[in-house]
Design a binder for this molecule. Structure first.
Ligand SMILES: *Cc1c(COP(=O)(O)O)cnc(C)c1O
Length: 354
């Protein structure tokens, strides 16, 4: 049969029954792309690096894996409306799945810091969008309070079904590779996804679907790295808006994933993020959004600091959390400009110098 989405594929590992109404846009089943052109740039020619390209989900980010679960469970609970705070992708996903399910969707976004593609998605799917004078952390505090009134269902990653659905990314990686990678590199914002992947790997291990576990390697942006600094960041700042979060909701779970797996949580600068972003697009043909490139920037930083690892043949997965088209302004800002020429073939040939 055709692919039916992550709930259908992994129902034995998810808290659903035959009676759960499933809202799905056939999320998941995303490509695991072997890296070639990037190895030299990384400085590790023998590493086996794979990109888990989550931009290929229906709304262009991994949030769809969690949203199919959260919206399905909201339907099962007879909820009429869902609410979320969002740096963009959660609202895009919630709006799409709520539209399909026939639920109202209320979205709070931090004023001025949301990428154009994401905003357009929330709006076109018919969400009721409020731009809040404040950052993501302020908006999250507000939606938590609103959901406590019991009339609307919170679909941020504080909703346990979000984490449930997102762990399917780990299952897919093991199903593709046969075993988890040695190291799993991932951007960290609100820290739900690193929590979800670690949960997924552990559950597959417990079910004897794999024999080992990966080291979990999480990366925050240097201007919003509360876990690295060990304290909340009041005014987080980074061009990677999807991880511009100063007080992550799943902070403790992220530290547990790091500690239990023997991994690390470190930071990468905006400059390192943008170098990785451009290298991915120009050397590998993979267009992700800036926050996603934090995983690859993290890998490069780690390679440079660990000579033994750089020379090894370790298997590495980097999660690319969202699609590059989410943030077209950034792509245009960093890439070379188009050149203006006269409407003449000779003029272009001269420019090309071939
Ligand atoms: C949500 C998001 C993140 C951060 O994930 P967390 O679960 O909040 O740590 C990273 N990249 C993209 C593209 C996202 O949408």
């Amino acid at each position: 049969m055709n692919y039916q989405g992550i709930i259908h594929r992994y129902k034995d590992f998810l808290s659903v029954t035959d009676k759960t109404p499933v809202a799905t846009l056939k999320e998941g089943n995303t490509p695991l792309i072997p890296v070639q052109g990037l190895l030299e740039w990384l400085g590790a020619p023998h590493l086996k690096v794979f990109l888990k390209y989550e931009g290929m989900n229906p709304t262009g980010s991994f949030k769809d894996r969690g949203m199919t679960m959260a919206i399905s469970k909201a339907l099962e609970d007879k909820s009429k409306a869902v609410i979320c705070a969002s740096t963009g992708n959660t609202s895009a996903s919630a709006a799409a799945y709520a539209a399909q399910a026939g639920l109202r969707c209320v979205v709070l976004i931090p004023e001025g810091n949301i990428a154009l593609g994401k905003l357009s998605q929330a709006l076109v799917h018919g969400a009721e969008v409020f731009s809040v004078e404040g950052n993501f952390d302020t908006a999250l505090t507000m939606v938590r309070a609103m959901s406590e009134t019991g009339t609307v269902t919170l679909v941020n990653s504080l909703n346990p079904f979000r984490i449930e659905g997102q762990k399917s990314g780990a299952f897919e990686i093991v199903d593709d590779l046969g075993e988890p990678p040695d190291c799993h590199f991932i951007p960290v914002g609100n820290a739900g996804n690193i929590t979800a992947y670690w949960k997924g790997y552990k559950e597959y291990h417990a079910a004897k679907k794999c024999k080992k576990l990966p080291k979990m390697m999480g990366y925050q942006a240097a201007g919003s790295a509360p876990i690295v600094l060990g304290k909340p960041v009041l005014e987080p700042d980074t061009i990677a808006t999807a991880i511009r979060i100063g007080n992550p909701a799943s902070w403790q779970q992220a530290e547990a994933a790091r500690n239990e797996s023997g991994g690390q949580i470190d930071s990468v600068t905006d400059e390192e993020i943008l170098e990785a972003y451009q290298a991915l697009a120009s050397k590998e043909g993979v267009f992700c959004e800036p926050a996603s490139a934090a995983s690859v920037a993290g890998l490069r930083k780690y390679v440079h600091a660990h000579k033994d690892f750089a020379k090894s043949k370790a298997t590495v997965v980097c999660v690319l959390t969202g699609h590059g088209l989410k943030d077209p302004d950034r792509a245009i800002a960093v890439a070379p400009r188009p050149r203006t020429v006269k409407p003449s073939v000779e003029a272009i040939m001269r420019e090309l110098n071939i």
